[in-house]
Write a protein that binds this ligand. Structure first.
Ligand code: ZN
Length: 195
């Protein structure tokens, strides 16, 4: 998500604007259409500075965006004008503040650890009692017949409460089947065999 951010760990005491690449590329394509990189060809020449970049986003600072602005009425107008060549709409945005206090960091770490432990437990569970080769073979034929949508619905219903995670958005069918426990596989077969 794009937005104004304060995060002492990553930006010190600076206010930054984190711009989502897909979104700003779309704005640029729709209004300017020069086909060049909106960051290096428009934002930087207009005086904005990239202070950090990740996969698919950049954090920017600069005049009119994060500098010399009224922090109670922030807008991305200055960047919009630089990137699209048109005046902005003036939507006022709030600042997202990342709490970097020791307590907040501890809480974040605990949440991450818990999620990780949960994933490991699920993986271990399906290793302990995996679906049999016969189940998987039968499922492959059922899946081909059912179609993607019906399979996904049945899969997620079958794994509920079994410790097996729902199907991932990008997960291949065979990979999803490979995670099934014997119990979940049996439920899925029952669901797909029916009309
Ligand atoms: Zn352009």
């Amino acid at each position: 998500m794009s937005g104004f951010t304060r995060d002492t760990k990553h930006y010190g005491d600076k206010l930054v604007y984190e711009a989502l690449g897909t979104k700003w590329r779309r704005y640029h394509d729709g209004h300017c259409g020069c086909g060049l990189n909106w960051v290096t060809e428009h934002a930087e020449p207009a005086g904005f500075t990239v202070v950090r970049a990740g996969s698919g986003w950049v954090a920017l600072t600069g005049p009119g965006l994060t500098e010399g602005v009224d922090e109670s009425a922030l807008t991305a107008n200055a960047l919009w004008e630089a990137v699209t060549g048109k005046p902005g709409e003036g939507w006022v945005e709030t600042v997202r503040v990342m709490d970097r206090s020791e307590a907040a960091e501890k809480k974040r770490k605990a949440e991450n650890d818990a999620a990780y432990a949960d994933r490991r437990e699920r993986a271990a569970q399906s290793k302990k009692d995996p679906a049999t080769p016969a189940q998987l073979k039968y499922l492959s034929t059922l899946v081909a017949r059912a179609g993607r949508e019906r399979f996904d619905t049945a899969f997620n219903k079958a794994v509920k409460g079994t410790g097996v995670a729902p199907r991932g958005a990008e997960e291949k069918t065979q990979a999803a089947l490979g995670r099934l426990t014997k119990v979940a596989a049996r439920k899925l077969i029952t669901a797909l065999v029916g009309p």
